[in-house]
Design a protein around this ligand. Structure first.
Ligand code: NAG
Ligand code: NAG
Ligand code: NAG
Ligand code: NAG
Length: 389
């Protein structure tokens, strides 16, 4: 045998060398990543104040369960992105568009409520979709990347408000966007087939943005798929014909099928990106399954109201698109709040017909953080690892 003919010293050396070559990957595999910053892109699922800064504050009772009042979020409290930041030991993200009291040392949030991946050809006033589509969020990010470094060089307070240059390549880039691209078609009276037909274009534009960010040095990507939009009152109420096709959990199947069609494409897009961007670690997170199970199994976890909104007024789902959460009417010359919140938002999945309650967001976070809904199945704090490492 070859080993027998080697001198003990040589054998030990070989053993030591092979141990050495093993050690780095073993150490890497178990050591948590250090993300000094988060840069987030998305829609209302992760907007921490962008739309509010530019188009008017998300009014009360938003924020009542945690922030003690409006805090730029469409929820009674924290969003999944807030729990993500907190668990990585970082402060809640300031919205890039917010010019008051913001601190970008540990990242910035480019998401705005109503954002789509593809730019829409309608105004916010006409259709409710934000002009800050994903390409615009990228322009903002690029501007931030370049100018934050120029301004940081002035020293003083700027050094304590802006990220370091190297933080951009070590940061976690998070995405939760696409839901509004799907509803945009439906809301302009397209059929399910017509919506499906443009999904490849939406995914293509998403792919381009990830490539751009990689081109600027971004390496770690955490991508949420889109949720079961057919379980949300604002979709079910607005398109009653399709909403008639209800599944066993009370959700409108056509919309959920389109969401799953989008997610299948998104997963393939992520696989293509992994091939094209060899230095990137890209985690695909299946929030769809989790949100759907929250609606179908929520009662087991204390969510006694899976579909009805906590804060709203009237109708089958306590939702009225003309008189939403916080909505008031004038009665005998007096303003009366009719879009009032429920007593205990923690027993509801849905906050206002469109968005999730803080309790639901926390539930979602707690189930995604350990990687059990991720591809690859690694925890959030390991999301700097490339698949296969
Ligand atoms: C907006 O209009 C342009 C030019 O006609 C078109 O290429 C694009 O697909 C439209 N966008 C959407 C979201 O419909
Ligand atoms: C901004 O936040 C960082 C980290 O939380 C902190 O160290 C810094 O002092 C803050 N800057 C200002 C001006 O408050
Ligand atoms: C969609 O159809 C409804 C009912 O026919 C109509 O009132 C609405 O204006 C249409 N919307 C668009 C964007 O075409
Ligand atoms: C992940 O966390 C959830 C919620 O705490 C738990 O139910 C699940 O079993 C965990 N999965 C793994 C793989 O640890």
């Amino acid at each position: 045998m070859l080993m027998a003919s080697l001198s003990p010293i040589l054998a030990t050396t070989i053993f030591a060398i092979s141990l050495f070559s093993l050690t780095p990957s073993l150490v890497l595999a178990s050591k948590p990543c250090h993300f000094p910053a988060i840069f987030n892109f998305g829609d209302s699922n992760s907007d921490t104040g962008g739309l509010s800064a530019a188009f008017g504050q998300a009014g009360p009772p938003n924020g009542e369960s945690f922030f003690g009042g409006p805090a730029g979020r469409y929820s009674d409290g924290r969003l999944v992105i807030d729990f993500i930041a907190q668990s990585l030991g970082l402060p809640y993200l300031s919205a890039f568009l917010d010019s008051v009291g913001t601190n970008f040392t540990h990242g910035a949030n480019f998401a705005t409520a109503g954002s789509t991946i593809r730019p829409q050809n309608t105004t916010l006033h006409q259709s409710g979709f934000s002009p800050i589509s994903l390409n615009v969020q990228y322009y903002e990010f690029h501007d931030f990347l370049v100018r934050s470094q120029v301004v940081r060089k002035r020293g003083g307070v700027y050094e304590t408000l802006l990220p370091k240059e190297e933080d951009f390549s070590n940061a976690l880039y998070t995405f939760d966007i696409g839901q509004n691209d799907l509803t945009a078609g439906y809301f302009s009276n397209m059929s399910t087939e017509e919506v499906k037909a443009y999904v490849p274009d939406v995914l293509n534009q998403f792919q381009t943005i990830i490539q751009y960010i990689y081109g600027q040095g971004g390496r770690y990507f955490w991508i949420h798929n889109t949720g079961p939009v057919g379980c949300l009152p604002y979709v079910m109420e607005r398109i009653p014909v399709l909403a008639g096709q209800i599944d066993e959990n009370g959700c409108a199947s056509p919309f959920n099928e389109v969401a799953q069609f989008f997610n299948l494409g998104l997963k393939k897009t992520v696989e293509q990106l992994r091939r094209d961007l060899p230095l990137a670690a890209i985690t695909y997170v299946d929030v769809y399954s989790l949100k759907y199970s929250l609606i179908s199994q929520g009662r087991k976890h204390g969510f006694t109201q899976p579909l009805r909104t906590c804060c709203g007024h009237g109708g089958k789902y306590n939702y009225n698109k003309n008189l939403g959460c916080g909505g008031k009417i004038s009665k005998h010359g007096k303003e009366v709040l009719v879009g009032a919140p429920c007593k205990d938002p923690s027993t509801y999945v849905n906050w206002d017909g469109v968005h999730f309650t803080q309790a639901a967001n926390q539930y979602i976070f707690e189930h995604i953080v350990n990687g059990s809904f991720s591809d690859p199945p690694i925890p959030l704090n390991m999301a700097c690892q490339r698949k296969g490492n």
